[in-house]
Design a binder for this molecule. Structure first.
Ligand SMILES: Nc1ncnc2c1ncn2[C@@H]1O[C@H](COP(=O)(O)OP(=O)(O)OP(=O)(O)O)[C@@H](O)[C@H]1O
Ligand SMILES: [Mg+2]
Length: 470
């Protein structure tokens, strides 16, 4: 990082016309107030990178460094960094800074040693994976060592590509996925939210809202970022009952994207973010509506969840109704400002997507379960987990509760083709539902159909035992 300077001084140091510096300042969204304008250290570094990377002049001698360690005369080709955590945006920035330094100092490689690292959360894990890919593509040999098993399972070193086969085989939650198209974004979102509907009981509207938000944020990467891929991970934190999602790219960033429109000229990177979450703000009104980030913001507010957007040099944090932020974020590189959208929804706080977007819409998930009689049905025989194990039954019970929470008046459990069910399945699904919902409400909202006499007897028995044990 450089020391603060002025336009004039920087132009002199780089031996270029001050007008070139001014041009770059406009491009990175910095106000230009004449040659005496003082530039903070991050802005100055960015301008230097632009001048150098675009070959506007031969590489200048390295500018005086303030915080960076001086490069030894025989700098080791590979540097090793001990990573303490990947649990916050600041932890990500620390790794990013090391990648940038490694390149500036002309090293071949960087070893990230995770032996003592604790805390791996989407808000740092996902942008780190994106940045690692970016720097590897640019020839920096980044190695990850000492990853604890849980972090290696997350696929920090090699995110999972979205393919029909990987979507079937891999767990979708707590994994970093890499997608490259709108179709992959769609398939991945469907798979992640389906897994959630079986595993996490969500109150009214939450699963549907999450599905909508994920799809919008994922799709923004393919539509606006100009990055080769987007990266995403969703985690369930059962202790504080939240679903945490993070989507990152290494593209042009929101400020530059909006600045490409005819109407928007955000003055700073932070202003660009406050603008992007407003209704109808889009870089191209002929193709888009400016709904995505606005809807996300509305849903997070309704749900009393959290939203952090970091894009280019701006970061914005929304916690309840408090909005804060600045324009000091570290960028991936001068041409790759990068965007990270990190949000958390509380599974116990109801939300309404219709209210957030101010229009009535069909719940596509409920529609997919609808029979010709207009009921919502689950065919037990078609459930991937079958009707044997307690684990599969627990997932089915969560799924049934989620269908009811999303607004189905009642749900039909169709036992067609199921000659028998295990007693643990009967207890885990039916016995526990009766207990949780109460007998009357269970009778009103869960209808059992097409049972063989054996299945009916097994279910009766499970209910009787549960009621007796109470
Ligand atoms: N990942 C991103 N990279 C670059 N720019 C982005 C990114 N996400 C959003 N933007 C910018 O923010 C603007 C607002 O995004 P938003 O999702 O609210 O609307 P939209 O995508 O333009 O329209 P819609 O979501 O209704 O299709 C976009 O038009 C784009 O300029
Ligand atoms: Mg959008």
């Amino acid at each position: 990082m450089m020391l603060p300077t002025t336009v004039e001084e920087l132009a002199r140091r780089l031996a270029v016309d001050p007008a070139l510096i001014t041009k770059h300042l406009m491009e990175i969204g910095e106000p230009d107030e004449g040659n005496a304008t003082s530039l903070d250290a991050a802005t100055a570094s960015e301008v230097v990178e632009l001048v150098v990377n675009r070959n506007e002049k031969p590489r200048p001698p390295l500018p005086p460094v303030a915080q960076d360690e001086p490069t030894p005369r025989t700098a080791p080709r590979v540097r090793t960094i001990a990573v303490q955590s990947l649990g916050s945006p600041a932890a990500f920035e620390r790794i990013l800074l090391e990648c940038r330094r490694a390149v500036t100092q002309g090293r071949d490689g960087l070893v990230l040693d995770f032996t003592d690292a604790e805390g791996f959360f989407p808000n740092a894990v996902v942008p780190t994976v994106a940045a690692i890919e970016h720097y590897r593509r640019r020839g920096l040999d980044i190695r990850l060592e000492g990853l604890p098993p849980a972090a290696s399972a997350m696929r920090l070193d090699s995110p999972i590509a979205v393919e029909p086969e990987t979507l079937r085989r891999e767990p979708t939650m707590a994994r970093v996925w890499r997608y490259t198209s709108h179709k992959e974004a769609n398939d991945l979102t469907t798979a992640i939210v389906e897994a959630i509907r079986y595993r996490v009981e969500c109150t009214e509207g939450v699963a549907e809202a999450l599905e909508w938000c994920l799809y919008e944020v994922l799709d923004n990467v393919t539509q606006h970022s100009k990055a080769p891929a987007g990266f995403v991970m969703v985690q369930h934190h059962s202790n504080n009952k939240t679903l945490a999602a993070c989507v990152a790219d290494t593209g042009i960033g929101i400020q530059r994207s909006l600045a490409s429109s005819v109407t928007h000229r955000p003055k700073s990177a932070f202003d660009a973010l406050t603008l992007a979450i407003q209704e109808g703000v889009t870089r191209d009104p002929s193709t888009n509506q400016g709904n995505g980030l606005f809807g996300l913001f509305q849903i997070v507010e309704q749900n009393r969840g959290r939203l952090n957007i970091g894009s280019g040099r701006g970061s914005m944090r929304i916690d309840g109704n408090r909005v804060s932020g600045d324009s000091d974020r570290l960028v991936i590189g001068p041409d790759n400002h990068g965007t990270t959208v990190d949000f958390q929804l509380a599974t116990k706080n109801a939300v309404s997507l219709a209210r957030a977007l101010n229009y009535d819409h069909q719940n596509l998930f409920l529609e997919s379960l609808e029979t010709s009689e207009g009921e919502h049905a689950v065919v037990i025989r078609q459930q991937a987990g079958g009707a044997g194990s307690r684990a599969a039954a627990r997932e089915l019970r969560t799924f049934i509760l989620n269908i009811l929470n999303e607004g189905a008046p009642h749900v039909v459990l169709d036992f067609t083709g199921q000659a028998v069910v295990s007693s643990s399945f009967a207890d885990e699904v039916i016995g526990k539902l009766v207990l949780e919902m109460g007998f009357i409400s269970f009778n009103n909202r869960v209808r059992l159909r097409n049972m063989t006499p054996t299945v009916a007897t097994l279910l009766d028995r499970a209910i009787a035992l549960r009621i007796k044990a109470r």
